[in-house]
Design a protein around this ligand. Structure first.
Ligand code: X6L
Ligand code: MG
Ligand code: MG
Length: 162
């Protein structure tokens, strides 16, 4: 069984529903269980400013799938939930990023792990630290200027899945 961490973001439509649908879909993957979820944050867009605010969260999964399998599954779930890829860094119904898979270092054209820009993005790191503040994969000493709280606010302590 392997542990992996995923970042999820959405800024189109019913954002809470989109997050719930992503969690439900992940939990339906073969051999896979969502084992921890972060709080939900409302975050200002980064990379392309002229779009609505995001909801972002992180999840931990346990799975027998490989990192490549998970990547493929995430792209499949995104498509299934109606994601259309047009503007680079633009608005999306759902974005599911594989951030970490155990302590594996992967450098292939389709997948780079750990996610190369995760440590620069507070909308990724904040939720991960909710899940496991101690995890050596992402608990390195954060410089004061890295986790500012700017452009990110807690939106929900726990998303309710009925
Ligand atoms: C210079 C150039 C500085 C580009 C930053 C940052 C590009 C982030 C892409 C960047 C740059 C991204 C989300 C988002 C996106 C999200 C929030 C990306 C991909 N996804 N903003 N922007 N949440 N708040 O999930 O992460 S586009
Ligand atoms: Mg992303
Ligand atoms: Mg993505």
């Amino acid at each position: 069984m392997s542990k992996a961490y995923l970042g999820i973001g959405t800024n189109i439509g019913n954002r809470e529903e989109n997050l719930k649908n992503a969690l439900l879909s992940l939990n339906l993957l073969p051999t896979t269980k969502v084992t921890a979820i972060s709080c939900v944050y409302e975050t200002e867009p980064v990379g392309y400013a002229e779009q609505d605010d995001f909801l972002n969260m992180a999840v931990e999964i346990e799975t027998e799938l490989t990192a490549q399998n998970i990547l493929g599954a995430c792209l499949g779930i995104e498509a299934g939930l109606g994601r259309i890829r047009n503007i680079k860094n633009g608005p999306r119904i759902i974005d599911i990023d594989l951030l970490l898979y155990e302590d594996e270092i992967i450098n292939t054209p389709s997948l780079v792990l750990p996610h190369p820009r995760m440590f620069e993005r507070e909308f990724v790191i904040r939720p991960l630290l909710d899940i496991d503040f101690e995890n050596p994969l992402f608990n390195r000493e954060w410089a004061e200027n890295e986790l500012t709280g700017n452009g990110i606010k807690k939106y929900l302590n726990k998303i309710e899945i009925d």
